[in-house]
Design a protein around this ligand. Structure first.
Ligand SMILES: Nc1ncnc2c1ncn2[C@@H]1O[C@H](COP(=O)(O)OP(=O)(O)OP(=O)(O)O)[C@@H](O)[C@H]1O
Length: 934
């Protein structure tokens, strides 16, 4: 049994037919698709071919299964014409309506599509004849209009366009016109006098057309023929204002759609076949693409002459009817199936025809003598207006409801504020989001009275919860502003540091050519940072801005922050390069002496102090205080600063050090030369050491700036989470705090488990630091007071996941080896963190513990980098909570974190980042001369 194409119920084929002439200005409708089944021809009869198709009704055709197996699926179309059906009926029901649209100013196209000998030419001749008759009939019956009818005819043969009106036509070029689309250059057009004249012209063209004999058709049309009637009409002067239409009617008789092999083609026929098929293949592709559920992607109109010329008829400004002709013979069943499949696609294509008015005076003209279409259009306009007003009313209602719910939630917030007196939600928000030290009015646990301590967990939970869900918008605006200020400060500090670096290095002419280049690069980066900052400055709105404006502005600034981060990253790279160039110059000079020198600048990544800076996933929880200590050690200014010689003296000495003016040196006395060489070397080393000191200092400083920018950006993310929550709650009018209080603790444990699973999954998807995961996992075990931490963590992770997905337009987990932007930064940071932890395996675990773990985690004995292999396996299976638990235990051991919360307290998860002023800020560049200790 052969499979059939599933039928489309007729009810699903949306048709929008309308009587001719008239209709609305823009008309969206599907292509009218009909099928005509011809009788068996003599050849087929002679071969005792069987009839393979049955017309079930006026719309349905089905394959008659000769083996009487399972019935095949029927095909449904706008109309199916059986073998006994007259061409007149085919015209009336399958072409007339579309064809006569051209009289009302709409482009129209009638196609005949089918395999050779299926009856295309036979059908199109009849259609053309009837259409011509009707057109002239209409002209005769419409005396108030002037009609101009022009005739032209083209043939596409072997992908060459020729003019059928010219006896010896050369190939015509296709040109693109902005208004008309593709036009055929220099086509001859004849003004048609009357019906008789038109028939003559058609005959002339038919005679000109490429016809040949194929195995299936003695007079097979070997080309695509397009007869084009251009109809222009205008109202006569006596009727007042002028209304002018212009439209074309294309009558297209395509060449046979069969495969070349089926026509026993060789030589010329084969060449024709390939060209014919190119046009038909493109036509099929175009139709298939246009019929897709979503009409998107590239439609290859330009791939063939046929589709270029008929572009507007295929999904464009035209009404189109396709008559698919088929043979009933069983021997042609495959071709017939192909044709029906094409027809099935074609019926899904939608065109948007419009009346091509040359002068828009229609309304005035029709107002004087209004016809039915005038009233129709007035009604349509009214309908539109009513719909618009309904929409506006809906919008107003929505706004009113929103305002009411906002008012309601404001009232509730005020009520809660009164009740909890000292712990107002605004204060809580400030505490949640701000740097310690800024909100001294907010008491911290240690200062609570015993009474308040017993009350504290519940109150605190409710308040923190409220801070996330029911916040005064003006408070959030204030917080956003504060974060902006931090961003600006960071920008300023970065600039200051870099400018001084530039001046200092330039004035002392340190380093070689690469150094100079690096400095130049740094300078341009400074400019970039300034540019970023000035953009941010420009976008700051006035104090009166509302929350929505702030959010919009902040969202637009997200790029600035990223950009600032990138700049700082570049600056760090440049500094590394600078350090490298110093090291190189040092090595070169050292090479001259046989003694082996150790490398001086320990800035490589394996340096454990610097390693700390690299663990900087947004969720990194390395405590600022620890880092500050490291920076302090690194940036320590030499204690004997005060005892150093004054600038002038040293600079003076520096200036005299290069012995250019020293005559004895020039003369090259060996003794003097030796002593000077020693001095120069010593001086060089001192310079270098001093420069290193400063570069080390600025490097650490830039690293810190980067961290601060990252945290700043993270704080903003959290703020956004709060804003989203606020908006959601306002929209829903949910009284969250009360609901939560009531629901606890019965449902909390369940919720906790669920949330924890989700958090673990999101950690995995967002490549969050495994130290952070461990600390969080170990600290929050389901205590009711953990609720807020869980929710904040969940919200921030959800935000991050969405953000990553937006960046890569895919889930971060799916980004694979080529992740984008911050996803890649997180993956990199995680990788570095695993390397860092691997190094701690030996020192933190005993040999026995290690061996046990290797066995348990299936690390092969004698394998390379077993420690790293082990760490790489940790936190990799978010679905397995046992795995999660065990991973957490190992990481906790490696970082020296135990459940009691050594180094870590729950409060740190509230994002209380240290205030910049608490941190070691860059104390300014130490003049190299100050650091010289001669
Ligand atoms: N519906 C029909 N009723 C009677 N005869 C028909 C019908 N359709 C086609 N024929 C006859 O079948 C023969 C082939 O028809 P026609 O030339 O129109 O086929 P075609 O599809 O144009 O083929 P080609 O692609 O090779 O040009 C002609 O002799 C024609 O008269």
């Amino acid at each position: 049994m052969m499979p059939g194409t599933p039928a489309t119920p007729l009810s699903k084929i949306r048709r929008n037919l309308y009587s001719t002439p008239g209709g609305s200005k823009v008309h969206e409708e599907k292509i009218l698709v009909t099928v005509r089944l011809r009788p068996l021809n003599r050849r087929e009869q002679a071969m005792y071919d069987l009839i393979a198709w049955d017309c079930l009704d006026e719309h349905t055709i089905v394959f008659k299964n000769p083996n009487h197996e399972r019935p095949a699926n029927p095909y449904t179309f706008d109309k199916v014409f059986g073998p006994m059906c007259s061409t007149q009926k085919v015209y009336e029901e399958g072409a007339k309506d579309v064809a006569l649209s051209a009289l009302t100013g709409m482009n129209a196209t009638i196609f005949a599509y089918g395999q050779t000998s299926s009856g295309k030419t036979f059908t199109m001749r009849g259609i053309t004849e009837h259409a011509v008759k009707d057109i002239f009939e209409h002209i005769k019956n419409t005396p108030e209009r002037d009609f101009v009818l022009k005739f032209s005819a083209l043939e596409i043969y072997n992908e060459t366009v020729v003019d059928l009106l010219k006896r010896k036509s050369t190939s015509l070029r296709l040109l693109d016109d902005a208004e008309k689309g593709t036009i055929v250059d220099k086509t001859q057009e004849q003004i048609v006098q009357d019906g008789q004249h038109l028939r003559q012209l058609i005959e002339t063209c038919e005679a000109q057309r490429q016809v040949g004999e194929t195995a299936l058709n003695d007079k097979s049309s070997r080309s695509h023929q397009i007869i084009r009637l251009t109809i222009e009409s205008s109202l006569r002067e006596s009727s007042g204002s002028v209304k002018s239409f212009g439209a074309s009617l294309n009558l297209v008789d395509l060449a046979g759609s069969e495969r070349a092999s089926q026509t026993n083609a060789d030589g010329t026929r084969l060449k024709e076949g390939s060209h014919i098929n190119r046009s038909l293949l493109t036509l099929t592709t175009v139709i298939r693409k246009l019929s897709g559920v979503k009409r998107c992607g590239h439609i290859p109109y330009r791939d063939s002459k046929l589709t270029r010329i008929l572009q507007s008829s295929l999904g464009g400004n035209a009404r189109t009817a396709i008559i698919c002709t088929i043979s009933p013979a069983l021997s042609h069943v495959e071709q017939t199936r192909n044709t029906l499949s094409f027809a099935t696609s074609a019926k899904e294509v939608t065109n948007t025809a419009k009346i091509n008015m040359k002068e828009i005076a229609r309304l005035e003209a029709e107002q004087r003598s209004p016809g039915p279409s005038y009233f129709m259009s007035i009604l349509e306009e009214k309908d539109l207006k009513i719909k618009q007003m309904e929409r506006e009313m809906e919008e107003l209602k929505r706004e009113r409801d929103l305002a009411q719910s906002q008012l309601e939630s404001e009232r509730k917030v005020k009520k809660v504020q009164k009740e909890s007196n000292q712990f107002g939600p605004s204060a809580q928000v400030a505490r949640c989001l701000s740097f310690p030290g800024e909100n001294e009015t907010v008491p911290i646990h240690s200062s609570d009275t015993p009474q308040s301590q017993t009350r504290a967990p519940v109150q605190r939970k409710a308040m923190v919860r409220r801070s996330v869900t029911s916040t005064d918008p003006s408070m959030l605006v204030h917080e956003i502003r504060k974060l902006d200020e931090r961003q600006r400060q960071l920008g300023d500090e970065a600039n200051r540091a870099l400018e001084v670096l530039h001046k200092e290095v330039a004035s002392h002419q340190l380093g070689n050519k690469e150094t100079a280049e690096t400095i130049a690069k740094l300078l341009s980066e400074i400019k970039d940072i300034q540019a970023v900052r000035s953009i941010a400055d420009e976008s700051v709105t006035g104090d009166g801005a509302n929350l929505k404006d702030e959010i919009t502005r902040w969202k637009s600034q997200a790029k600035d922050i990223q950009s600032l981060e990138r700049k700082l990253e570049n600056v760090q790279k440049s500094i590394d390069q600078l350090v490298f160039s110093f090291t190189n110059s040092e090595e070169i000079s050292e090479c001259k002496t046989p003694s082996k020198k150790k490398k001086i600048l320990p800035f490589n990544l394996s340096n454990s102090a610097n390693m700390q800076h690299l663990i900087r996933s947004p969720c990194s929880t390395l405590t600022p205080s620890r880092k500050v200590m490291e920076y302090e050690t690194e940036n320590k200014v030499p204690e004997n600063n005060d005892a150093m010689p004054s600038d002038d003296t040293v600079v003076g000495r520096c200036k005299v050090t290069p012995p250019k003016s020293d005559k004895s040196f020039k003369e090259g006395s060996p003794a003097v030369q030796h002593s000077n060489t020693v001095n120069v070397k010593k001086m060089q080393r001192l310079f270098k050491n001093a420069a290193e000191e400063n570069i080390r200092s600025i490097k650490a400083y830039v690293t810190e700036l980067k961290e601060r920018v990252t945290k700043l950006s993270y704080q903003k993310h959290l703020l956004l989470c709060q804003v989203i929550a606020l908006e959601e709650d306002q929209e829903a009018g949910v009284d969250e705090p009360d609901k939560i209080d009531e629901s606890l603790p019965e449902t909390w444990q369940l919720t906790f488990e669920e949330e924890r699973k989700e958090i673990v999954m999101l950690w995995h998807l967002c490549h969050v630091s495994i130290i952070h995961r461990t600390q969080f996992y170990m600290l929050f075990k389901g205590d009711p007071t953990d609720q807020i931490y869980m929710e904040v963590e969940l919200r921030r992770l959800q935000w991050l996941e969405r953000h990553f997905s937006d960046l890569g337009n895919a889930s971060p987990a799916l980004l694979g080896d080529e992740p984008a932007g911050s996803v890649s930064a997180s993956i990199k940071a995680l990788k570095q963190e695993r390397e860092y932890l691997a190094k701690r395996v030996s020192s933190r675990l005993t040999a026995d513990e290690r061996e046990m773990l290797y066995v348990k985690w299936e690390i092969p004995p004698g394998g390379k980098q077993r420690r790293l292999q082990l760490v790489n396996k940790l936190w990799t299976d978010p679905h397995n909570m046992q795995h999660v638990q065990e991973s957490a235990e190992i990481v906790a051991k490696l970082v020296g974190f135990c459940e009691s919360g050594e180094h870590v307290s729950k409060e740190m998860f509230e994002l209380n980042f240290a205030h910049p002023s608490d941190k070691k800020t860059w104390m300014g560049w130490n003049l190299i001369s100050n650091l010289l200790n001669l």
